[in-house]
Design a protein around this ligand. Structure first.
Ligand SMILES: Cc1ncc(COP(=O)(O)O)c(C=O)c1O
Length: 409
């Protein structure tokens, strides 16, 4: 990053003379993508990425749905469509909110997006101006840091405790700054795996109400609570002040790039305009295929399979941490999702663990990029959804040896 232009707000000029807008200097390159480039070699056991298990993508079911859409209504499915998205799909999502979380959402409150990542960009586009104050969790989802950075906000971070954001810190932040929104991932957060307790959700909602702050509830992992029981959406405690983002990436297939945003009417109007300006509408063929698949397959049973598999993989990884890692290592015990968050022994750097582990053909993700205001050098994120039992056992065994070696030296 060109620090100077990031501070001065000037455009950046590269060696070749291309001049870029100041916002680009303020946007961190996705560290994950950089790391994934290194970890693509087939001999590497990678806990660094965040991919769902390939075994749990129903390729055959999606193939049948795609064939059916193309055979029965191909010309329409390959046409331009509306910005808001395919109405039956939005109705399906609305019905699922009622069934799963007991909240009433109309299809008109839903906009289909190109993955839920696009929601973050659109939210930034309509709500964040240069220098506006926004709050995020610490550690925070890297993709949100990247998306919001494009709109040059002033970030404030709120530490995550075992059961959600630190309320004292959140309160203080909202009292001392004109915070426009607080972005959080209440279910199985990326990167920490932390889930807000019900009490914490209510407390956060109270702070939002008191200070008139919007809560952006990123629910990418809401369907992956291993117990199968859902905690209430923030919308339950904060109607009219919550924007929810959702995704089919973790329950269908991320390559379909299907997500959505639920927002109050006035916010939705702006989101639709911003979306139109960005890409007219989300991939209509993908929307039609997703709906066809959901109509003819038992998605609940598919999700139960995903939950059971990931719960098992989490257990294998946690057991390895407990049995093989030094006692001075601590980790979260996620109730769902795809990640465990590890804090290393004092003085042990996760960047160094990353480098040493790579020599043993194991990749981890250092926690540093999840901290927009620095810190986190002793933390790392481990993904368990994308590895077999055998790879978890082998990879974690090697990682344990690296950490033991480094913490004893
Ligand atoms: C918390 C969170 N939000 C949003 C996303 C974006 O997902 P997608 O764009 O595939 O819906 C991810 C992806 O891993 C995520 O972890």
């Amino acid at each position: 990053m060109n620090q100077e232009s990031a501070v001065s707000g000037k455009s950046t000029t590269t060696g070749r003379g291309y001049t870029f807008a100041p916002r680009m200097a303020k946007t961190p390159k996705s560290f994950i993508r950089e790391i994934l480039k290194v970890t693509e070699r087939p001999e590497i056991i990678s806990f660094a990425g965040g991919l769902p298990s390939p075994a749990l993508i129903d390729v055959n079911g999606i193939r049948i749905a795609a064939n059916s859409v193309l055979e029965q209504d191909g010309r329409s499915a390959l046409q331009y469509s509306t910005t808001e998205g395919y109405l039956p799909l939005r109705q399906f999502i609305a019905d699922r909110y009622k069934k799963r979380l007991g909240i009433s959402v109309s299809p008109d409150d839903i906009l289909i997006t190109n993955g839920s990542q696009q929601c973050l960009d659109l939210i930034g586009k309509i709500l964040i101006g240069t220098g506006d104050h926004i709050a995020i969790e610490r550690p925070g989802y890297l993709g949100a840091i990247q998306a919001f950075s494009q709109y040059e906000p002033e970030f404030h971070t709120v530490p995550l405790m075992e059961d959600g954001p630190d309320i004292v810190s959140l309160n203080l932040t909202c009292r001392t700054h004109p915070v426009r929104l607080f972005y959080g991932v209440p279910n199985s957060q990326n990167p920490s795996g932390i889930t807000y307790s019900e009490k914490r959700r209510k407390d956060v909602a109270d702070v939002m109400k008191e200070h008139g702050v919007l809560f952006v509830e990123d629910d990418a992992y809401g369907e992956l609570n291993f117990s199968g029981k859902s905690l209430p959406s923030m919308q339950t405690f904060l109607p009219g002040q919550t924007i929810i983002t959702g995704s089919f990436s973790k329950i269908l297939a991320p390559g379909m790039r299907m997500g959505w945003v639920v927002a109050p009417h006035e916010i939705m109007e702006q989101l639709v305009v911003a979306k139109q300006a960005s890409d007219l509408h989300s991939n209509y063929l993908s929307q039609r295929i997703a709906y066809e698949y959901l109509l003819h397959n038992d998605i609940d049973s598919h999700i139960r399979k995903i939950r059971a598999a990931y719960e098992h993989q989490r257990d294998v990884m946690l057991r390895m941490i407990e049995e093989e890692f030094p006692e001075t290592v601590t980790s979260t015990h996620p109730l769902g999702g795809m990640f465990i968050w590890v804090t290393l022994p004092p003085g042990c750097s996760s960047m160094e663990v990353f480098e040493q582990a790579l020599k043993e053909n194991v990749a981890v993700l250092p926690g540093i990029p999840f901290y927009v205001d620095g810190g986190g050098t002793d933390t790392m994120r481990l993904n368990f959804s994308n590895s077999t039992d055998e790879n978890i056992i082998t990879g974690m065994g090697r990682l344990a040896r690296v950490i033991r070696r480094m913490s004893s030296s």
